[in-house]
Design a protein around this ligand. Structure first.
Ligand SMILES: Cc1cc2nc3c(=O)[nH]c(=O)nc-3n(C[C@H](O)[C@H](O)[C@H](O)COP(=O)(O)OP(=O)(O)OC[C@H]3O[C@@H](n4cnc5c(N)ncnc54)[C@H](O)[C@@H]3O)c2cc1C
Length: 500
């Protein structure tokens, strides 16, 4: 008889694990508390607009391909990926200059040179290093389970790490290449994707530039949720059962071994293996009794959480030609902006922000002649905001956008607005302090220092998702599923699996 696996949560890590274990022949049941699959990669539709609620940057397509290939599938049979050109547009606070990044070395070099003479060669050197770093990371580190500090700090890491300065801070690393504030910001903004700040993140994350500059930025036509549908389809095709509206109340442990889960409804589901994709804080402190917790509340009190987000989903009554698909606005005082998130938590007065306008590329996400906007301001997790504060902040942010992104009168053109922020992340996803992304990728919360994907106390209890290794990001959470698969099967190789 095949072994039973219960997966708690249908985020990307959970769906990813469901596919892998189902393909291997396990009897898999996924239990998701919400009405939709996908976790933070959620969706809602209203008044003719279709809003992707979370991720919008489809980066590192090779990592998605790897996952689908492992299951005997091809990405192109599931997703209609468009490469965006330009990849993204950058606006600067109190500055009319705009920078379009094309992910084309010739075009981008010329752009860099126009901002900082001499920087085009530096860009090329920087991107060579990012590419190298990405190759080393994907072949030797990201697909590896760590058990001891020596697994991570091996000879290769120590010698290459020193040589490449990957343990210095991202900001000082970038500053060695680029002197102008603007170019430093361009190379550092991706740290926000990792829930950290360039002043804290290790320079090894310069590999992110390989993704956006060298590989390019993609979009699945129909919206990011098409990825969730594809993952669900593949898992179900291999026999997994996906249940929504099924919140789990407890992971059942007997004699130090998991026996399955109990739902809030009272139903019990037996399992040989439980894989939790719910936020690790929630899994550990709410779904397990204290004696079985590997990471109790006091562990979490000392952790740095990634930012939350102040998000506005807007339906706009007309097209906004100043915007392209991905748009970033960088504040003038970059360090203060990060301090407002990490050091002295408050709503940033002068925020950096991101606007996704998927209707520029995809007519299916907005009615004809209208624009679908997703506006995201990274803010500290754990803040308590009243409705009045939220509305006032929304107005302030929209005022900044009108001025600095040259969109006068935007506020009068809004025909639908929904604000989504800290308390929503907490109630929708059981996210500690309402973090949008999970545990930040500081150096002490990376690799061996991140919570392990296996319970230290409960046999046959494993974890997937952004809270464990490798960490935050859609494709990265698919790797977490592969790591749990390797862990269960005792596979210790460092690179990606070639077959299941
Ligand atoms: C606003 C935003 C923008 C982002 N942008 C990008 C981007 O552009 N590109 C990118 O690659 N990544 C992006 N990310 C990050 C990426 O979306 C996440 O890292 C990833 O989706 C997290 O997946 P996960 O596997 O950790 O699961 P999660 O998404 O955290 O899902 C966990 C699931 O567990 C469920 N759950 C919790 N408790 C229970 C329970 N008791 N019982 C049952 N179910 C439970 C939750 O409801 C949820 O569905 C973004 C994230 C956010 C929030």
């Amino acid at each position: 008889m095949s072994k039973k696996v219960v997966v708690v949560g249908a985020g990307i890590g959970g769906l990813g694990a469901a596919g892998l274990f189902a393909k291997k022949g396990y009897e898999v049941t996924v239990l998701e508390k919400n009405a939709n699959l996908g976790g933070r990669a959620n969706i809602f539709e209203t008044k003719g607009f279709k809003f992707d609620m979370g991720p919008s940057w489809y980066l590192a397509p090779d990592l998605f391909e790897h996952y689908f290939n492992l299951l005997g599938e091809k990405v192109e049979d599931h997703l209609d990926l468009v490469r965006l050109t330009p990849s993204y547009r950058i606006f600067f606070r109190n500055d009319p200059e705009r920078v379009d990044i094309h992910s084309d070395i010739a075009v981008d070099s010329a752009t860099f040179e126009s901002i900082e003479p001499g920087s085009s060669e530096k860009l090329q050197a920087y991107l060579k290093q990012s590419e190298y770093q990405y190759g080393v990371a994907t072949q030797h580190f990201m697909y590896k389970n760590y058990d001891t500090v020596f697994d991570f700090f091996n000879k290769r890491v120590m010698t290459e790490g020193q040589k490449l300065s990957v343990f210095s801070k991202m900001h000082s690393f970038v500053s060695r290449f680029f002197k102008s504030r603007k170019l430093q910001q361009v190379m550092e903004y991706t740290m926000v994707f990792l829930g950290t700040s360039p002043y804290d993140a290790p320079a090894l994350y310069n590999l992110m530039s390989h993704m956006d500059f060298n590989q390019g930025v993609f979009y699945p036509q129909g919206g990011f949720y098409e990825l969730i549908k594809a993952l669900a389809r593949v898992a179900e095709k291999n026999g997994a059962t996906l249940r929504t509206n099924s919140p789990v109340a407890e992971i059942v442990v007997e004699n130090g071994e998991t026996r399955g889960v109990r739902l809030e409804s009272g139903e019990t589901i037996e399992a040989d293996i439980v894989i939790s994709n719910a936020d690790m804080w929630h899994t550990e402190t709410k779904l397990l009794p204290q004696r079985w917790q590997s990471y109790p509340e006091k562990y979490w009190n000392k952790r740095t959480m990634a930012p939350s987000a102040f998000i506005m989903y807007l339906g706009v009554s007309e097209k906004l030609p100043n915007l392209i698909h991905h748009n970033l606005l960088f504040s003038e005082d970059w360090r203060k902006n990060f301090d407002d998130i990490y050091k002295d938590p408050k709503l940033p007065d002068e925020p950096s922000l991101y606007i996704c306008a998927p209707s520029v590329t995809d007519p299916s996400v907005a009615p004809d002649g209208k624009e679908n906007l997703f506006i995201l301001v990274p803010i500290a997790s754990g803040l308590e905001l009243s409705e009045d504060q939220k509305n006032a902040y929304a107005d302030r942010v929209l005022g900044i956008i009108e001025r600095d992104m040259n969109l006068p009168g935007l506020r009068e053109k809004i025909e639908y607005q929904r604000i989504y922020t800290i308390s929503d992340f907490l109630s929708d996803y059981n996210a500690l302090k309402g973090t949008a992304l999970g545990l930040a990728h500081t150096i002490w919360q990376t690799a061996i220092f991140r919570p392990k994907n296996q319970s230290k106390k409960v046999k046959n209890l494993f974890y997937v998702g952004a809270g464990t290794n490798p960490g935050i990001g859609t494709q990265i959470c698919l790797i977490s599923a592969e790591l749990a698969f390797k862990r269960v099967h005792g596979i210790t190789s460092a690179g990606p699996l070639e077959k299941l």
